[in-house]
Design a protein around this ligand. Structure first.
Ligand SMILES: Nc1ncnc2c1ncn2[C@@H]1O[C@H](COP(=O)(O)OP(=O)(O)OP(=O)(O)O)[C@@H](O)[C@H]1O
Length: 212
């Protein structure tokens, strides 16, 4: 969508988003941009991600490619803005059960990029290692083809090789236009993937490098 001044709308526009627990938050995120968020445990990072995907009640304005969230249903918003919590929930016996047939081509393309065997799709989910489940959760998020991906410490359970594979894939998705908000405690990861960084402190966000 085009703004009145002729510029393209940001992929995600957030204005005064708040709940009784956190905020207000205001920022824009462009297509292909990665905003990293760091901050102490309990600072409010997950609260923000849950508000952004409309899982927790909140007020304020949120627009996706210029279209207000208030004008679309929650399922439509969450199809565009996908949240991957630190520990993703699985509610069916196998990972493969969580995908629709139409997603399988994309899933089979993503698995080797994260060093995951297709056989893991058929295994009981409880048999997957923590790191395998974490990478499978990313496959699940990307198979939804979101416009904005909200990632809460997506590599926390991974070894260095798997971290590198995950970062390569995320970089590729960014290059293809995906916008990412990445909560990470890794300074190196923030520098590798991030275009901008913010710090969450006492449930408020500050842009790093911005004038006080
Ligand atoms: N529904 C709720 N009601 C009241 N307090 C809550 C609720 N959800 C979270 N909190 C509190 O809000 C604070 C921020 O929680 P949040 O999960 O956002 O932290 P975080 O920055 O993601 O931490 P971590 O890095 O440990 O995951 C915590 O003190 C938490 O206990």
């Amino acid at each position: 969508m085009i703004e009145p001044n002729g510029a393209a709308s940001p992929r995600l526009r957030i204005r005064n988003l708040q709940s009784p627990l956190a905020g207000p938050f205001s920022f824009d995120l462009a297509a292909g941009e990665c905003l990293t968020i760091s901050g102490a445990s309990g600072a409010g990072k997950s609260l923000l991600l849950r508000m952004l995907c409309d899982l927790d009640p909140n007020t304020g304005e949120a627009l996706l490619d210029g279209l207000p969230r208030s004008g679309m249903g929650a399922p439509a918003w969450r199809a565009g803005v996908v949240y991957q919590p630190a520990e993703a929930a699985w509610w069916l016996p196998t990972a493969g059960d969580h995908f629709k047939p139409a997603q399988m081509a994309r899933v089979r393309e993503l698995l080797p990029q994260l060093n995951l065997s297709p056989a893991l799709l058929e295994a009981d989910i409880s048999r997957l290692s923590t790191g395998e489940r974490q990478r499978m959760a990313l496959v699940r998020s990307l198979a939804c083809k979101p416009q904005v991906l909200l990632l809460d410490e997506p590599t926390a359970a991974l070894d260095p090789v798997a971290v590198a594979a995950t970062e390569r894939l995320l970089q590729k998705e960014l290059d293809a236009g995906l916008a990412i908000i990445l909560v990470t405690h890794s300074e190196a990861q923030a520098q590798t993937l991030g275009h901008r960084s913010m710090t969450m402190c006492e449930r408020r966000l500050t842009e790093n490098g911005a004038a006080p």
